[in-house]
Design a protein around this ligand. Structure first.
Ligand code: PMV
Length: 327
């Protein structure tokens, strides 16, 4: 028997970085998914096939052994290995498993690809070896994997990948899920510059250590924007949502997490008619998000592409993690 689990990527609309400390973030699941197919093995290896990304290998006794690609590629699999190991510990079973990873989510650009793979890994292993896990357990086991890559993540990514839809998430508080009766037209611009979330979070932490009162005020202002932004989104006041995205971007830039490429694309989108635009995710590269009326979308997409970016059209996905038997 084999089990396939899939989980969505995400965009953060408001509240990245501030959510690491306090206050809410507003996050949307997107219709780009990571898929993991799990199968039992007769040995004790946890074998990963990520051949779409050019590598495959296995963990045995906690060590990575490369089969295809450079051994250092194993570092990006450590989180998923940890997610699989923690899931087996949780189930009280020991088994070798083969995990085949395929993903539509671009990696390391702030769209939640690693959390989506961690969530799908836990769900696939949980279904294969334990007959399925409830979502809250999938979410918290995936968080164990995320901690390996990101240090002390807020938990926003594994929550949205597990539950899907639109969440207001707050660290140590939890989340509330929202539905909209309209679909706001968002455009994502990918600068194609990969960056490490851990490093960007560390950069903000160092700035805060040197300037605590000022940075804490900025963190609180972003939390306030997230609350107001959700209210505006729910009443379909897109002009207000746009204003708040612009203010949120300015505050993120003041925390040092923008980049020249992001600035170019954020401002080009506004000049091409976006109601608002901001970086999304950890910043320092990665992606930006723009909100626009339908008529302006082609101009904004062209503006992003002319600045060297890739424009990605996404819809909100209401489906969180899902599993099914295959083959
Ligand atoms: O990994 P990214 O780019 O989706 O960023 C996650 C959002 C942060 O707030 C920067 C970090 C976190 O743990 O919440």
């Amino acid at each position: 028997m084999a089990v396939e689990a899939s989980a969505p990527g995400k965009v953060i609309l408001f509240g990245e970085h501030s959510v690491v400390y306090r206050g809410p973030a507003i996050v949307l699941a997107i219709d780009k998914r990571a898929r993991v197919v799990a199968q039992k093995r007769s040995d004790s290896r946890i074998f990963f096939d990520a051949l779409d990304l050019g590598f495959a290998g296995y963990f045995e006794g906690g060590r990575y052994h490369s089969v295809v690609g450079k051994p250092r590629r194993g570092r990006s699999l450590e989180a998923f290995n940890m997610a699989a190991v923690k899931t087996m510990e949780h189930l009280g079973v020991e088994s070798g498993v083969s995990l085949s990873i395929r993903s539509e989510i671009p990696i390391a650009v702030g769209l939640g690809s690693s959390a989506a793979v961690s969530v799908a890994t836990v769900a696939a292993v949980g279904a294969l070896l334990g007959g399925g896990l409830p979502r809250d357990e999938v979410c918290s086991l995936a968080y164990e994997g995320e901690k390996v890559v990101h240090g002390t993540p807020s938990g926003v990514d594994n929550n949205i990948s597990t539950y899907g839809g639109i969440l207001m998430f707050e660290r140590d508080v939890g989340f509330e899920r929202f539905e909209l009766d309209h679909s706001p037209p968002f455009i994502i611009g990918n600068t194609r510059w990969k960056r490490s979330t851990r490093r960007m979070v560390e950069r903000v932490r160092m700035l805060r250590n040197r300037n605590q009162r000022v940075v804490d005020d900025i963190i609180d202002a972003i939390g306030c924007i997230a609350g107001e932004g959700l209210a505006a989104l729910r009443r379909a006041d897109l002009e207000r949502v746009g204003d708040l995205m612009n203010i949120n971007h300015g505050l993120l830039a003041s925390l040092g997490v923008s980049s020249p490429e992001l600035e170019l694309m954020v401002h080009a989108s506004r000049r091409s008619g976006a109601l608002g635009s901001k970086l999304t995710g950890a910043g320092g590269g990665g992606c930006m998000i723009a909100l626009a009326e339908d008529a302006s979308i082609p101009r904004i997409e062209k503006a992003i592409q002319r600045r060297g970016g890739e424009s990605i059209s996404v819809n909100i996905s209401h489906e969180g993690v899902a599993t099914r038997e295959v083959g």
